[in-house]
Design a protein. Structure first.
Length: 180
């Protein structure tokens, strides 16, 4: 179930707000300029789908986002527990970073934890299948796929090159709860 837990950036031990209600999550996130919507990830992708299969199945969703915002490129990120790169991939995204564009992700399988550092608060968004999230450009954040990753997400970019990140050098992520 999707969830939002909010902490201050001074105390990782005591949440100040928590909900698993999509409408409440949406309200809190929208107030901070973060888009959060429940879409329909209802296409049968089979086991371990190729990126092409995922793109073809959800071309209608990509087209909608492109028509709305003029996004320029997209790809598919999919990690399973048997991926030999899983530890390196997990470690990379666990470092706080920013992007020069909105971070638009549509989860079509599984789940992952987005952690957004907004002002003096940390917004931990457990994104699951059906969730669309768009984190505003320049927002420091990290992402935890867990020790046994299981997710597929479509990433939509506002540049032709795809994923480009600037790491902040902060170790703040180390203190906050993880996916597992
Ligand atoms: C669900 S997408 C995960 C990785 C990624 O692209 C990113 O930027 C995380 O912050
Ligand atoms: Fe990111
Ligand atoms: Ni909960």
């Amino acid at each position: 179930m999707s969830a939002l837990t909010i902490y201050t950036d001074k105390d990782a031990s005591t949440p100040v707000w928590h909900s698993t209600e999509a409408s409440e999550i949406q309200q809190q996130l929208n107030a901070k300029g973060v888009r959060f919507e429940r879409w329909q990830a209802d296409r049968d992708l089979g086991t371990n789908p190729t990126p092409e299969t995922v793109i073809t199945a959800y071309q209608h969703a990509i087209d909608k986002l492109v028509a709305e915002k003029g996004y320029q490129s997209w790809d598919v990120i999919s990690l399973r527990a048997d991926n030999p790169q899983k530890e390196a991939m997990r470690a990379k995204f666990l470092n706080e970073h920013t992007h020069g564009e909105d971070e638009v992700r549509f989860f079509v399988e599984g789940a992952g934890l987005f952690c957004l550092h907004i002002g003096s608060e940390i917004y931990q968004v457990l994104c699951e299948k059906n969730d669309l999230i768009s984190v505003p450009a320049g927002t420091p954040h990290w992402f935890d796929m867990g020790s046994e990753p299981n997710f597929t997400a479509i990433r939509i970019f506002d540049n032709p090159e795809g994923w480009i990140a600037q790491f902040t050098g902060s170790d703040i992520a180390e203190g906050y709860p993880r996916l597992d």
